[in-house]
Design a protein around this ligand. Structure first.
Ligand SMILES: Nc1ncnc2c1ncn2[C@@H]1O[C@H](COP(=O)(O)OP(=O)(O)O)[C@@H](O)[C@H]1O
Ligand SMILES: [Mg+2]
Length: 254
């Protein structure tokens, strides 16, 4: 969206194509901040009544008797509404994560320990999906100054995507390594992979090929990593799998 506006505006502006003037850039930035503020507020406003609705649906379900045929019919409908409510809660939660993704609280962090925590946390769901997880930590990894919770969120999003790309089970390999002025965390899966047309769109907000996907997972990963001054790279081959790498600069202050 922002891209379209930029190109449109260059017609009345002697700037090179695609480069907005400082005034336009400031204007767009302000508009973006305003919109982000409104959208974040809206998501919060939706979140609270939604959890009241779901709580009361749960209470209602508890009062119904599954041995009574009329109640069973009600229960089926109730379950459908409960599921949709959970889905909406998930969307709102992911949206809020996206909105919050650039407010950093940095501290020195051992990335290996952070990944190890996540691997343990995800153990049950990975086992349930018949996915083997192997983690190769590099012992000579420098500490990085990062926002632990946000970075965990970014890695979690990558690992859940890897899981979702392997409906029949498979393998995930996670590795950490020092690079040239950065440290890298790589997540490789043996899942469905992606053709080029998909690969081009995966970081667009709301792009998803999954039935109940929000399409906010990877945009959030990118936003978090870029807020740290880093970048996300991806390689993928249909039918073989995908490899996502988070690059984080070392010696970053903040
Ligand atoms: N590891 C992966 N393997 C295959 N496809 C992936 C992988 N990670 C992401 N994708 C593709 O990128 C899309 C966007 O991912 P994401 O932003 O996390 O949203 P969501 O998971 O809600 O669909 C997914 O719907 C899927 O098509
Ligand atoms: Mg996802």
């Amino acid at each position: 969206m922002a891209e379209k506006k930029r190109h449109g505006a260059t017609r009345t502006n002697p700037q090179p194509v695609g480069v907005p003037s400082p005034e336009l850039e400031a204007h767009l930035r302000q508009q973006y901040a305003e919109l982000a503020y409104i959208a974040g507020g809206l998501a919060h406003e939706i979140k609270n009544p939604l959890s009241t609705i779901r709580l009361n649906l749960d209470l209602l379900a508890e009062d119904l008797d599954p041995d009574n045929p009329a109640h069973r019919r009600m229960l089926r409908k109730l379950e459908l509404v409960q599921r949709e409510c959970e889905r909406l809660e998930g969307i709102v939660e992911e949206f809020l994560q996206f909105a919050r993704a650039s407010e950093l609280h940095r501290e020195a962090c051992d990335l290996n320990a952070l990944v190890q925590d996540l691997v343990e946390f995800l153990g049950p769901t990975m086992a349930e999906h018949r996915i083997e997880v192997a983690f190769y930590p590099r012992s000579d990894l420098p500490l990085v100054r990062v926002d632990r919770d946000l970075l965990k969120q970014a890695l979690l999003n990558l690992l859940l995507n890897a899981r979702d790309a392997m409906p029949e089970g498979g393998q995930i390999v996670i590795a950490t390594q020092p690079g040239d002025g950065d440290v890298q965390v790589t997540v490789i899966d043996t899942g469905v992979g992606m053709p080029r047309e998909i690969l081009e769109k995966i970081f667009h907000p709301f792009f998803s090929t999954r039935r109940h996907g929000t399409g906010l997972g990877l945009p959030t990963v990118r936003k978090i990593v870029e807020a740290h001054g880093g970048k996300v790279t991806v390689e993928s081959e249909p039918g073989k799998g995908s490899k996502f790498t988070i690059h984080l600069p070392v010696g970053e202050r903040g």
